[in-house]
Design a protein around this ligand. Sequence first.
Ligand code: TRP
Length: 331
Amino acid sequence: MERIITGVKPTGILHIGNYFGAIKPLLDMSNNYETLFFIADYHALNFIKSAEELRENSKKLAAAYLACGLDPEKIVFFRQSDIPEVFELNWILSNVTPKGLMNRAHAYKAIVEQNTENNLEKDQGVNMGLYNYPILMAADILLYNCKYVPVGLDQKQHCEIARDLAQMFNNRYGETFILPEPKIEESVAVIPGLDGRKMSKSYGNTIQLFCTEKELQKTINKIVTDSRLPGEPKDEDCTLSRFYALFGTEEQTAEFKKELREGLGWGEAKKKLFALMNEHIAPMREKYNYYMEHPEEVEKILQNGAFKARCIAKKMIAKIRKRIGVNPMAN
Ligand code: TRP
C-alpha cells in the first residue's frame, strides 16, 4: 500500500465543514493507503502563544478525530512534537532550500504585500518560524517518505515546495526521497455556512461539531432564510436543504425538498434539520465527551502512534545522515 500523510494545526474548534471537508475524506482514504496523521502542534506555535491554549487545543483535536471514528489501529495517529527527528530533517532541508523559494511562499508573500501597501517595513511582524514554515512542513512529509499528501487547495503550494526540496536533496545526494504529490479532493462539496457562503472560521458562519444539543439547535436557528411565510412554497435549493443533504439519505433529502416546495415553514424545517443532524452527531458527541474526560486514554493512543511513526522516522533519518556525511548512529 502506498503511504500518505497529513497534519492539522490545533488552532481551533472543529466545525461541520472540517468534518465533511477533511476528517471524513481522510478516514475514507485510510481504507486504501497506509495512513499517517498528526497534530501539527509545532506548526501552530506561530499562531497560538499560550501554552495552556496549545495543550487544550491539541487535546480537543485528538478527542475530536477519535470521536469521528479514527481507528488508531488503522491510522498512525500522533503528535508532531513527539518526533524529534523532524527538526533534524528541518535543518538539513534548510541547507538545500533557496531563500528565494521561501520569499515566494503564499503566506509570507501576503504579509509582505500588505506591509508594502501600508507603507510599513516589508518584514514587519514576520518571524523566522513563519518564514521557515514550509521547510518544517516538507520535513513532516519527507521524513516518512510519503507518496501522497491529502490537503486542501490552500496547502497545494506547500506540497509543491516539499517536492522541490526532495528533488534538490536527491540531486545533490542521490535518490533518497520519493517525490510527494498533493492529493486534493476535488469531489468534496463546498460546505455551506449559516449565511450560505462557504463555511469558514474567518466568515464567522460555522456550526461547531461538538457543541451541546442546545447550542446546535440555537446555531441551526441562525441559518439565514428568506422571509417567506409558512404555507408559501420555498426554494428547494436553499441553505437548509444543502445541510440536510449532507446528513440525510437521498430519499430523506428528496422528501425534505418536497415539503419545502409545498410550503413547510422555515421554523418547522429547522426543527427537522436539527433532529436529523443531532441523530448523526449525538453518538460522536458522546464519544468526544468521553475522550475529553479520559485524557490518559488519548495520551496512550498518541504515544502508541508516536512509537510507530518514530520507527519509520529513525530509519529514514539514519539513511539521510549517511547521505550527507554526518554520524548516522547519533542518538
Ligand atoms: N500546514 C498545514 C495546514 O496549515 C498543516 C500541516 C503541517 C501539514 N504539516 C503538514 C499538512 C504535512 C500536510 C502534511 O493545514
